[in-house]
Design a binder for this molecule. Sequence first.
Ligand code: SIN
Length: 533
Amino acid sequence: MIPLRHFPSSISFRVFAPRTLATRHRPRSTLWYRMASTTNTSNWGLKDPTLIKMQGYIDGKWVDANGGETILVTNPATEEELGTVPEMGPEETEVAIAAAAKAFQTWGKTTAKYRHDILIKFFRLMQEHHDDLARIITLENGKTLAEAKGENVYSASFLEWFAEEAVRTYGEQVPSPLSNVRNVVIKQPVGVVSILTPWNFPSAMITRKLGAALAAGCTAVIKPPPETPFSALALAELSRRAGVPDGVINMVTTQKNVQEVGREMCESKVVRKVSFTGSTPVAKSLYRMSASTLKKMSIEAGGNSPFIVFDDADIENAVEGAILCKFRGSGQTCVCANRIYVQSSVYADFASRLAEKVATFKVGNGLDETTTHGPLIHDRAVSKVVRHVDDAVALGASVLVGGHSPDTTQTKRIGSFYPPTVLSDVPITAALNREETFGPIAALIKFDTEEQVIAMANDSDVGLAGYFFSRDVGRVWRVAEALEVGMVGTNTGLISNASIPFGGVKQSGLGREGGHSGIEEYLNQKLIAFGGL
Ligand code: SIN
């Protein structure tokens, strides 16, 4: 896939040679297992190395897998080993669920104020360990330290937000049609919840779910992704320090056994709710498995966000918005712009300003302060981006900046990098119009009328976020209402924060996370009818 056009000189190249188990650099595209951890944490550069845990967390104890097998975790920028976590299976998951069920007997009966205070302690610990937590995110996910610090702030904000929601889970009194009856509705925690999270926000996707669950009085079994388990385990450690009782939070790590673990988390009768963020195909499979016990579900699945620039937009603001929206996390967020539609009369201006800015990006190791964009998570992610670019170019798109040349050299870079790329004149038949790319490709498509672009934007099975830039107030309302998505950004490329109801329509998911509705997903309503008055 190398040499890369416009690729920054800071990235090192080496001749590709087959690797052996003894090699320290291992590709993320391959699964590696071994029987014991030999990696120590002193080279992580943390102020508090005890935040690094290489074991699962069940019933307040750090535990290995029953069979002793482990998963190797590597840094996507350097391919160096970071450490190992246990390869657990359904048996360990069952134990974790039982621990969560036992803990629910007491945690579910605590006062909202008690849970508020613990969540605030947990939030403050995340602030206190801000630098270390950000560094862990960068080392295992690859995003730049600046972005990782942003994620830690975002992640901690869910604990603060839900602490404040915990004490406001009001019920209601409903007027009865009968004179001798009074109706009261109370809210109760749903019980044990299964939480399955992705690698693109190793910390924030956990707290967005866990904060709500704990605030509501639920207990949890969490399966973090195998690529980024250390942020999750550090959160478990901080929750322990904050006083979250044993069994309330449990973490089961797995890679090879993911299907069996997922099945246990969805099919167990003890679990009352499943919350998942990840791809639409996996979401459907978890939904099917959860159907056997009719569980409550929260699903935040794939997006294919349209981003529209109308001719009355502030073009400079639209370019800034596109950069923020498209290249956040090197294009690896569910709400990243995937299809950028630009009205014909401003197309050339927008395209050249965007390309000029993207050409200044510096791709590299996220720990390097001069790096603006980190690697993709693994080689499979790079392959998908390569496929989308090749397909678009074959169909007539042209590369304004970035892109790649066909692999003729047998040279392999260290790290799973792809250069930030701008493609112009992307035909609507290109694969990236239908599939979420999850990479740093800005795909520009020309349009003529509002009606035409709304039809193109809505021509998708998914509908998570959509963005558009316009200064016409009538158009702003019309287009915001017409887009078939759960969240709209007008004249902004960044919509996420703890206070909004995050979620999608169509095949992008079920339910909302964050906002005042986020905690409701973890509560049941119960009617108490007082008769015989
Ligand atoms: C996601 O990519 O799933 C979440 C993005 C966000 O919270 O902004």
